[in-house]
Design a protein around this ligand. Structure first.
Ligand SMILES: Cc1cc2nc3c(=O)[nH]c(=O)nc-3n(C[C@H](O)[C@H](O)[C@H](O)COP(=O)(O)O)c2cc1C
Length: 127
């Protein structure tokens, strides 16, 4: 929403390429993020909001029912690393698990079945 050299919008992170893929730039992005996080206003003030989705099949084919535990562990690790990265650049973050599932999935453009949101965290600097 407010990052130098990155146009406002929704991007997908491509881990293998370590690149951002522009997806779309919805109207009223900030207020839609606030709504999708059940009115937590600070999400709309953030410079960027990281939203982690999962594609359960990518774990299930290997780990069967244990997949869901591993997905949750992974999300926790990734978010913890975001906290560390934020600290290193003098920014702040706050893990968020209270959000509207259908609203956030819709905003991102994921189907809510094969891929859905599991965790998010806004990042910003004061002032
Ligand atoms: C799984 C998880 C979900 C959280 N969800 C929210 C949330 O939806 N909204 C929020 O303001 N904080 C959320 N938090 C942040 C906590 O409220 C709290 O700020 C954080 O765990 C640090 O706690 P401490 O400052 O007491 O150490 C969440 C934290 C965790 C670990």
């Amino acid at each position: 929403m407010n990052v130098e050299r990155v146009e406002r919008g929704i991007y997908r992170y491509l881990p293998l390429e370590h690149e951002l893929l522009f997806e779309h730039s919805p109207d009223q992005l900030e207020s839609r993020i606030v709504r999708a996080t059940l009115g937590q206003r600070f999400t709309g003030d953030a410079a960027v909001v990281f939203v982690w989705t999962t594609v359960p099949y990518r774990m299930e084919w290997r780990y069967d029912l244990a997949a869901h535990k591993v997905i949750a562990l992974d999300a926790g690790h990734v978010c913890q690393n975001l906290y560390l990265a934020c600290e290193a650049i003098g920014a702040g973050t706050c893990a968020i698990a209270a959000y509207d599932q259908a609203g956030m999935d819709h905003l991102l453009g994921v189907d809510g079945e094969e891929e859905f949101t599991i965790y998010l965290a806004p990042v910003g600097k004061k002032g």
